[in-house]
Every structure is written in C-alpha cells, then in structure tokens.
Design a protein around this ligand. Structure first.
Ligand SMILES: [Zn+2]
Length: 344
C-alpha cells in the first residue's frame, strides 16, 4: 500500500484535488470536509520529515500524523455506512469467572476476581478493505478484509463472517466508549496482517507460475535443442567455409535461446500491488471486567473483554511481544507474558 496513493485517492474522493510532486510531496486542494477548520485550502503535504525540512510551509502526512489519521477516519466514514453497529442479541454479564477459568491458564501468579459488576462499553474496530493484484503472465485480484480491534490493537479475523449479517447502520443503546488506539496504529497492524496473508497467497501463486513456466521453458529448450541438432548434423559433411557459417548460425541460435528464456523469466515474475480501497468503523458493545493478579508483593490489574457476538473471551495480549495469549505467565517482575516470552 502506497501512502501517497491513498492520500491522493482520499482527497479526490472527498471532492478535493491532489497531485504528487516528486516522490515525497503532494500539492493538494484540501476540501472543507477534510480540514479541521472546515475551510477549503491549498496545502503542500510532505511524505517524510526530510521533505518537511525542505519546505517549511508543508504539513507532514506520514503514518501516525494527525493529518493521515484524519484522512483514514474520513475514508472510514466513506464506506457504505459510515459507522456500522454490531449488536449481539444478548450481552453476557454473568459467569465470566468460569469463562476465564475455562479459557485462560495462569502460571506463577494468584488470580483474584473483583467483586464489582462488569461494565458494558462500546468497543470499536476498524474494518480495512484491501485489494491486492498479483501480476505475472496473468492478472489476479483478491480482496482482503482485515478488522482490527481498536481497544486491543489486535486483528480479529473471526469477525469477518459476522459483518454481513450483524452490521447495521442503526445506533443501538448508547454505552460509554472503551479506550482506543489511534487509527494509524490499527492501520499498521492491518498492514502487517495483510503482508502475512498475502505471503501465503504468493507461495500458492508462485507454485502455479512455476508449473506454467517450466512447461514454457521446456518448450523453448526443446525447440532450440532441435535447431542445434539440425545445424550440427549439417556440419559433418561440410567444408571449412560452410562450417564457419554454421558456427555463426549456432551462435545466433544460442543467443536467441538466451534472450527468449530471459524474456520468459520476466513474463513469469510475480509483481504485487496492494491498496486500501475503503475502511469503516465498527461499534460493538462488549462486557469489560477486571482480574487482580498477585505475584509476591505486587498486584496487577488485568482488564478483559467478553465478546457476546463471537461468544468468546478476548485473549489478553502479551506485554512483551503483543501477541494474543491463552497461557499467561506472570514473571518475577509481575509482567504478564505469553509462554514463549515467559520462557526467555
Ligand atoms: Zn510474548
């Protein structure tokens, strides 16, 4: 995904104009909808801090900058529905302790349950829709839907199959908002996940391409082997002048074969092109509750979320590698780590 492309696309869709200048700047007419002040204005967007240094009036538009955050939020709002609401039929608020005991395993720490009632909060996710083109001797396109939970900044692929049926534009009962990471952080998470999933697809594509390539390779090799044999057979009964002429032809055939195989390699080389086509914000009430975890004299609070739509406890995140975990190792410093990080 090219950030410049995304920015240009976003601004144009919002009714403005944008023109890349070199590789690190975009001249833009920002429409009122994208300007925090609500005024249409001309601006130079710098795609890296170096460009910003060279043009003092420019504004920084990199991943994590407020401007790009605003653009992504705007893109999110351009989906079929600006915000989709995911409303479970019933919100589970009871027996959460049993759910923890059934799904999580704590080691080296003592777990206590807070007596207070769980909170129902509105938790947000962003659904990023990517389109990836796989270009070689053929062109294939695939769409990837990657929802990222803004509370935990974790990819939640299990949500994808519920999006069509469960998402509505109507706002259900109002709950206080759960905390959220910036959309740009969630976007970075989505890009990582996209890279992994595309990587798996690339392996499959390359397998198919290799098969077609080897058929073509053999066809070309066979053809030139035949040409060479034919020329060689004539050499045997020829005089010196004729032999020299044949040598020339053999050399030309070899060079032509090399060129054809090089072209073949180029034709079957897999090129990838990915872009973010749209995004939308998903709001879903979830049940949040706290556990207390003792290790020696230290007590940690772990907040967990129960997702009644998927019917599962969201796994907590390792404090070292940020991966989801179901086995929680409480370290000597009372850090909550996955089995892998805990073993280090
Ligand atoms: Zn870890």
């Amino acid at each position: 995904m090219q950030v410049a492309e995304f920015i240009v696309d976003c601004i144009e869709r919002a009714g403005g104009a944008a023109e890349p200048r070199g590789s690190d700047r975009i001249d833009a007419l920002l429409p009122a909808a994208l300007d925090p002040g609500g005024r249409e204005r001309e601006v130079v967007l710098a795609l890296d801090p170096v460009a910003l240094g060279q043009e003092s009036s420019a504004e920084l538009a990199t991943i994590g900058s407020p401007l790009l955050d605003a653009l992504i939020a705007h893109a999110a709002a351009r989906g079929t529905t600006s915000v989709a609401h995911l409303t479970p039929e019933r919100l589970r608020k009871k027996n959460l302790r049993e759910e923890v005991e059934r799904t999580l395993l704590f080691s080296n720490g003592r777990v206590r349950y807070e007596g207070s009632d769980p909170d129902v909060l509105c938790s947000y996710s962003v659904q990023f829709n990517f389109k990836v083109s796989f270009l070689s001797d053929e062109r294939r396109e695939r769409c990837y839907v990657i929802p990222v939970n803004l509370w935990s900044n974790q990819v939640n692929l299990a949500l994808v199959e519920h999006l069509a049926a469960a998402a509505t534009a109507e706002r259900p009962a109002r709950f206080p908002d759960a905390s959220s990471v910036p959309v740009s952080a969630a976007y970075a998470t989505a890009q990582l996940a996209l890279r992994r999933r595309v990587g798996e697809e690339v392996a499959r594509h390359q397998d198919r391409i290799r098969k077609r390539f080897s058929v073509e390779y053999l066809r070309i090799s066979d053809y030139y082997a035949q040409v060479t044999r034919e020329l060689e057979s004539r050499r045997r009964d020829g005089d010196q002048g004729r032999t020299r002429a044949l040598e020339g032809k053999l050399e030309a055939a070899r060079a032509e074969r090399e060129r054809k195989l090089r072209e073949l390699g180029e034709k079957y080389r897999l090129r990838l092109h990915a872009r973010l086509t749209s995004a939308r914000l998903l709001a879903q009430p979830k049940t949040f509750f706290r556990l207390l975890i003792d290790r020696g004299a230290t007590t940690r609070t772990l907040t967990l979320a129960y997702d009644s739509l998927l019917g599962r406890l969201e796994p907590p995140v390792c404090e070292a590698c940020h991966a989801e975990m179901t086995r929680v190792h409480v370290s000597a410093e009372a850090r909550l780590l996955c089995a892998g990080c805990g073993a280090k």
